[in-house]
Design a protein around this ligand. Sequence first.
Ligand code: SF4
Length: 458
Amino acid sequence: MAISVFDLFKIGIGPSSSHTVGPMRAAALFVQGLRERGHLQQVRRVEVRLYGSLSATGVGHGSDSAVIMGLMGDWPDAIDPAQIAPRIAALHDSGCLLLDGHFEVPFEWQRDMLLLDENLPYHPNAMTLIVEGDGGELHRDTYYSVGGGFVVDAEQAASGVLDQDRTELPYDFSSAEELLQLCKTHNLRVSELMMANEKAWRSEAEIRQGLMRLWKAMRDCVDNGLKHEGILPGGLNVKRRAAKLHRSLQELGKPNVIGSTLSGMEWVNLFALAVNEENAAGGRMVTAPTNGAAGIIPAVLHYFVRFSPAVTEADVCEYFLAAAAIGILCKKNASISGAEVGCQGEVGSACAMAAAGLAEILGATPGQLENAAEIGLEHNLGLTCDPVGGLVQVPCIERNAIAAVKAINAAQMALRGDGEHFISLDRVIRTMRDTGADMHDKYKETSRGGLAVSAIEC
Ligand code: SF4
């Protein structure tokens, strides 16, 4: 399986990559298939079936609305997030869904949007889309949203081929050990090796432009998060904190040396809160590698870029490429999906990725970088996914701030060493996979355990 940096970092919308971005992509792919088959004009009814975690926490994550937007032909990277609520309200009023943006199909929410208390065999985030014509069923497809906005259909799931991308990479790796060996053999830094691999898909100029586009989207997300105030949607009455914290930190003055002051840590918190509040409000953001954990990687980079002298575009590209190398390892050997392995797969992976990215731009050797990622992930092992009310707010927003600070500390600790350490990143990733397999389902994005339950009890 070949995974690109642009698979892990995707411009999308909040609040969840697996529950919002993935379902919207699945529905848009379904409509694309109908278009190619020439079925669109014949559709008289659409039925949406959400299963497992998509059913349990889908409404809180906006999965139902996201599927409708996908059925209307919208994609997560292009849709205007501010238009989703009014368009859903219009659908409720009219009882009419514009399939692929053009074809009117009656849609009754209670009848046609089914939240089912059952699981499909392959993955907890499952959905089936069915269209009927005058003569009965025209077509149906089942999709699995497997984390980070990745979607596989039933055929791919049944064949076990989760990623059809068979691109041959010059330095393909499936373990950190292989990655380190390749770096050593070819005398490459991790970001250089990743750049060489990325060139299998696109030119270096396109890669750099794409990475800077991601960085711009992350900066816009932080700027929006610092502007917006008030209460987050969803009913928990969680207050946005970033704007107020920003004003307070501006009064204190910016730190001028990276890692030097406690207020520096507060700026890291600020950037993460801004992103995750924007994500919780359904705003434009970048999966990194998921929405729930989207604040960590931009927070660490914002911290570095804003408060370090002479940061270059090359540093930014190095950061994303090195972070992606670790994301690839987590995805290939465990999971980046909270529904599969709990929050360790989301926040843990993002923390390891950010630690690796920061270590890279601070001049780490490949061994030190691997150590930074290992520290970042190790101290998130066992973290459960238990969002209160099924909303990506509590504990998710603060958890990103804590993990961003942890990532910086992990990079600093690793840079003080020589890359030698007790337990390898490969073993920690394997431990994440095994811990996730042992974890009770109630701790995997179902909101049936942990804080999700305690918060309701009290
Ligand atoms: S608890 Fe973690 S994995 Fe679960 S929704 Fe929140 S950030 Fe994502």
